[in-house]
Design a protein around this ligand. Structure first.
Ligand code: S3P
Length: 170
């Protein structure tokens, strides 16, 4: 039998926390299907996340994000969410109700360093200087942790072993 009868797993965390990398590893370890919510949105809309923000605005993106989350949720699926997913609409309540939520925690210093090195074309970071990215990450992370901390499991990849997380999820 697989993890908790295949209850969906939602991986949340700030931009740059490693949701794709760890999500793929966790999914492989549990024989789950890995799904990236941003990629599912891009596939569904036929344009990039940056284009959705530019053409339709963030509010429209959040509506599409919430709808897509609900479409792709299913058994034996690990969904790597966008950094803002738990903080909009009823997404966090929905995830807690329908599966298990894992917060991939990293501190503002680590996140800023990674995002300065590579902003990944993320619309919320576009045109920001290093100093602006640092300030943005600190304030947004502080604001979003109220949502992130509601997760069933908090995993700090810098301090904890992946094998322990897999054990908890099995
Ligand atoms: C966002 C994070 C992005 C993407 C969008 C908005 C956010 O996902 O959903 O650019 O609000 O933090 P990643 O966390 O995968 O970069």
């Amino acid at each position: 039998m697989s993890a908790n009868d295949g209850l969906p797993i939602f991986l949340i965390g700030f931009m740059g926390s490693g949701k794709s990398t760890y999500g793929k590893r966790i999914a492989a370890g549990l024989s789950y299907q890995f799904i990236d919510l941003d990629k599912a949105i891009e596939h569904g809309e036929g344009i990039s996340i940056a284009e959705i923000f530019a053409q339709q605005g963030e509010a429209a993106f959040r509506r599409i994000e919430a709808a897509t989350l609900k479409q792709i949720t299913g058994p034996h699926k690990l969904i790597a969410c966008g950094g803002g997913t738990p903080c909009f609409e009823d997404n966090m309540d929905y995830m807690l109700k329908h599966g298990r939520v894992v917060y991939l925690k990293a501190n503002a210093g680590i996140l800023s360093t990674r995002l300065i090195k590579n902003n990944g074309g993320r619309p919320l970071l576009a045109d920001k200087t290093e100093e602006e990215i640092k300030a943005f990450v600190s304030s947004k992370l502080a604001e979003r942790e109220a949502y992130y901390n509601k997760a069933n499991i908090i995993f700090n990849a810098q301090e904890e072993k992946l094998s322990m997380l897999l054990h908890q999820l099995r």
